[in-house]
Design a protein around this ligand. Structure first.
Ligand code: SF4
Length: 399
């Protein structure tokens, strides 16, 4: 059965009809925020900073939950996907990155198109999306990526290819002496369906210069996504927080993303995730606590009034926080995943062997209704987890 992704109508009108919890009603800042949204307004950056610093977590999450409810009711979306990284060799050395390797490192790898396809083969018939990002390979040009996408589509035409961060697009364009537009057009023709949005980090150049020197500037990130949107390639967007940014930097990040969305409209989902500590990379990182992670997810929902989906990225925040997040404004969980390197190289211990049933159960146990979606949020199917097998009552000896 297919269902609509929205509960119907205007979410702001729906929001006006939801019973207001006391934790929101009794807090002047939260109730003012709610009124602003119901009246069609946008939450200003300074109000966002105030909410971040001063609101009580139960009230903030209750407000974010109301907004999620007004868009999607009790539905929480997930997809069945696989992460395949094309290469871990990278010409850059972002300070937070535990994934990249130099070309001569013993663990360095670069997948041929055949190897890429063989990684997908065991999941054929189960997944409907491959999520493929990687480092900036010093030799590869557009031909290598085109071959990967074309071969993938020849073998698995039903699998949607969500691939390339903005900096990869920029690198491929520069290595191939093409414009960004021409690069994306050719990759789209080869089978690229959407961009995952990774690499946004914090869209404030003074911070980028300190944590990911050499990466595209904030405006370039936005331009690459805007061109993708113009070409009909939907994208996601991300935010890496808990490095060295301030609360105001986070608000700037929200603000420029929603301003871009007003114009180009192709961001389907926002994925906020924290930097994972490992004591060697970025020792000056401020690191986000569990409470702060939930606070940022709730604020993503409140501030990003024009990006429909907010994702709880379980590969990064783990299953416990993900199940709290879907009651704090997030409406989407990524995903069954199958295999993941970037967050696990950085210290994540989240299980990658979730199937549809386990993920559905996680959502149900959080009191929400699981809905399987496709990669581009255009098809939806409600799913129930299978009942757990109850252990049989043993006969009492002697009876
Ligand atoms: S984050 Fe991406 S661009 Fe930066 S070093 Fe890692 S792989 Fe390279």
């Amino acid at each position: 059965m297919l269902i609509q992704s929205n509960v119907g109508g205007d979410w702001r009108a729906n929001l006006a009809t939801i019973r207001i919890p006391l934790s929101v009603k009794n807090d002047p800042l939260l109730s003012h925020t709610l009124e602003t949204l119901v009246d069609g307004g946008r939450i200003a950056k300074d109000i966002g900073s105030d909410l971040h610093r001063n609101s009580d977590l139960p009230g903030l999450t209750a407000l974010a939950r109301m907004i999620k409810q007004s868009r999607f009711g009790d539905h929480v979306f997930f997809n069945e996907n696989l992460h395949v990284n094309t290469t871990n060799i990278c010409t850059l050395a972002c300070r937070f990155c535990a994934f990249r390797k130099g070309p001569r490192h013993s663990d360095a790898y670069s997948l041929s198109p055949e190897e890429f396809v063989s990684r997908i083969e065991p999941y054929h018939g189960v997944i409907d999306e491959v999520h493929a990002v990687g480092g900036l390979h010093p030799q590869w040009t557009i031909e290598h990526y085109s071959e990967i996408y074309e071969m993938t589509k020849r073998h698995f035409p039903e699998i949607s290819i969500k691939s390339l961060t903005a900096v990869e697009v920029k690198h491929i364009a520069s290595r191939s002496r093409l414009s960004i537009r021409e690069t994306l057009k050719r990759l789209q023709k080869s089978g690229l369906n959407s961009l995952p949005g990774g690499g946004a980090e914090i869209l404030v150049d003074s911070i980028r210069d300190r944590i990911c020197m050499g990466k595209e500037k904030s405006l370039e990130y936005l331009e690459i996504h805007a061109i993708a949107h113009e070409l009909g390639i939907p994208t996601n967007s991300t935010m890496l927080f808990g490095t060295i940014e301030t609360i105001e930097d986070r608000m700037t990040h929200f603000d420029i993303l929603r301003t871009q969305q007003d114009t180009s409209g192709g961001f389907q989902c926002f994925v906020p995730y924290p930097f994972l500590e490992d004591n060697t990379r970025l020792p000056e990182a401020k690191l986000a606590s569990g409470e702060e992670i939930i606070r940022v997810i709730a604020l993503s929902r409140i501030m990003l009034d024009n990006i429909p989906h907010i994702k709880a990225y379980r590969m990064n925040i783990g299953d416990n926080l993900a199940s709290i997040a879907i009651n704090a404004g997030a409406d989407d969980i990524d995903g069954t995943v199958g295999h993941e390197e970037i967050m696990h190289d950085a210290g994540s211990t989240t299980s990658v062997d979730y199937d549809r049933d386990k993920l559905a159960r996680l959502i149900e146990e959080a009191g929400q209704e699981p809905v399987k979606r496709n990669s581009t949020y255009s098809q939806f199917q409600p799913i129930s987890s299978k009942p757990l097998i109850q252990s049989q009552a043993l006969p009492i000896i002697g009876q």
